[in-house]
Design a protein around this ligand. Structure first.
Ligand SMILES: Cc1ncc(COP(=O)(O)O)c(C=O)c1O
Length: 394
């Protein structure tokens, strides 16, 4: 059987991590891997998470099965965190999933249960794993223009034109905030114009929110979702708690479906739970129990919001630091998009050759597209990093 299989190419990011690990140069910098890092270069466990874990250890009395939808407290809390009061709860189904990736996979499965063939418009570019994950699940992916690489802005007009030409009923994948890989998000006015065309063309919004709290704030980052929920009959939201709760390896996420009316909501609910049973049966519990406890406890919740704010502020200040250091070294070259971007990622805006040179000559690691994770920058390494970039871009 297995002799028919062909070896797959190694994952580009995992390869980069290994190369960085094996690089003996002490000044090396990793801007590739997609996790938050603090000023000491660590990916810490949040204090709110530690407290909730301690309480759980003492209070949890059973590890018996929870069921296909996971924990009801977690689901209710995630629904509120996502939608607030934008829409009536009797039109919403929210279930716990294994991470944001699991939620995207469940959403894909439900779309394909609803319709035999589904076209999903995705931003050009989009998160590298959207394509194999959603395309591999059987969705037909089509690109819409998004990032203008030369000017480091969103080409909103081209995006809107493409959506206007999309057949009625097609699905459009949107990044709620912190667009991965570009970091450049629509303004509120741009969102309204995008939503107008979604309403006009009767497209189904499919929103990926992997970085709630990392752009402007926990509530502010749900702006597009809440605006859409007020204006469309149906939508899907995929949440990840990997980044904003730092629960990467615990695999915590949720998927929400907004249905046109409560009766359809009940049907979707039955389909989603039935579908989950046919794939992973039930989601992992621990991380979601932690999130449910944090969001359900006023004090822990306030501490968590403060911790998310601190992560966001660190990312913002590292962007400013790098831009300032580059202005000092090369005032003729505009890197101001670094500061306009949100979240962990943005494009540095250098060529693949320059990316290679940064790695070979300076031990600065990033993916070929020059997407960088600004969480890899510290006050200690920013001078060296800016020297390296300035030397390479000439
Ligand atoms: C845009 C986007 N969506 C979804 C995910 C999935 O996150 P996870 O499955 O780790 O929760 C990520 C993770 O990097 C992401 O960047």
């Amino acid at each position: 059987m297995f002799e028919t299989l062909q070896t797959m190419p190694a994952d580009a990011i995992l390869g980069l991590i290994a190369e960085h690990r094996n690089d003996p140069r002490p000044e090396k910098i990793d801007l590739g891997v997609g996790v938050f890092r603090d000023a000491q270069g660590q990916t810490p466990i949040l204090n709110s998470v530690k407290t909730a874990e301690t309480r759980l250890l003492e209070s949890q009395a059973s590890k018996a099965y929870l069921g296909t939808a996971g924990a009801p407290e977690f689901n209710a809390a995630m629904q509120a965190l996502t939608f607030a009061d934008a829409v009536s709860g009797d039109r919403l189904v929210t279930i716990q999933t294994p991470g944001g990736s699991g939620s995207l996979r469940v959403a894909a499965g439900i779309l394909l249960r609803a319709r035999e063939s589904v076209s999903v418009w995705v931003s050009e570019p989009t998160w590298a794993n959207h394509v194999p994950l959603l395309g591999g699940a059987g969705l037909d992916l089509k690109p819409y223009p998004y990032y203008d690489t030369g000017n480091h802005v969103i080409n909103v007009e081209a995006m809107i034109d493409a959506l206007r030409a999309a057949p009625q009923g097609d699905v459009v994948l949107l990044h709620a905030c912190c667009h991965n890989p570009s970091g450049i998000d629509p303004t509120e006015d741009e969102w309204r114009a995008i939503i107008d065309v979604i309403v006009e063309r009767e497209l189904l919004p499919f929103i990926d929110m992997a970085y709630q709290g990392f752009a402007r704030g926990v509530d502010e980052d749900a702006f597009a979702i809440r605006e859409l929920a007020r204006r469309v009959p149906e939508l899907i939201v995929c949440n990840s708690c990997s980044k904003n709760f730092g629960l990467y390896r615990d695999r915590v996420g949720s998927v929400s479906f907004l249905a046109a009316d409560p009766a359809t909501r009940d049907t979707v609910d039955s389909q989603v739970n039935n579908y989950v049973r046919t794939i992973y049966s039930m989601p992992p519990d621990h991380g979601a129990a932690v999130v449910g406890m944090i969001l359900g406890d006023a004090e822990l919740r306030a501490e968590w919001v403060g911790e998310v704010d601190a992560m966001r502020e660190r990312l913002e200040s590292m962007r400013v630091l790098l831009n300032d250091a580059l202005i000092e070294r090369n005032p003729a070259r505009d890197f101001s998009h670094l500061v306009r971007a949100n979240g962990m990622f943005c494009f540095l805006g250098v060529t693949p050759d320059e990316v290679r040179q940064l790695k070979q000559d300076y031990g600065v690691y990033m993916v070929d597209s020059s997407r960088i994770n600004v969480a890899g920058i510290t006050e200690q390494n920013v001078g060296y990093l800016a020297d390296a970039i300035a030397a390479v871009v000439g």
